[in-house]
Design a protein around this ligand. Sequence first.
Ligand SMILES: [Zn+2]
Length: 110
Amino acid sequence: MPLIKCPDCSRDFSDSAPACPQCGHLLRPPAATPLVVVLGTQRNFYVLAAVFFGMLGVHNFYASRYTRAVIQLVLSLLLCWTIIASIVVAIWAIVEACCVRVDGNGKTMA
Ligand SMILES: [Zn+2]
């Protein structure tokens, strides 16, 4: 474990130490923390998806509300020949576009 000389206070200390024990001069810069950008669910996109693709549950897939999304998708695909089912799912999607403010992870949409 070789000793090195501190450039600030000229004391010797181990090169394995992250900083000088006397004056605190950093031997090496702190490791960079990885930059993580977490994009939350955007409410604007949720509403647009509900209005234009709501019958397929796209907005709920986007907001991680998978159970509702699958139900809407299945209802629309299996019962698309009945006008009633299509109307119900469309109204359901519009109501969600107006009322839902929290995604499937419990976070408020931005
Ligand atoms: Zn020092």
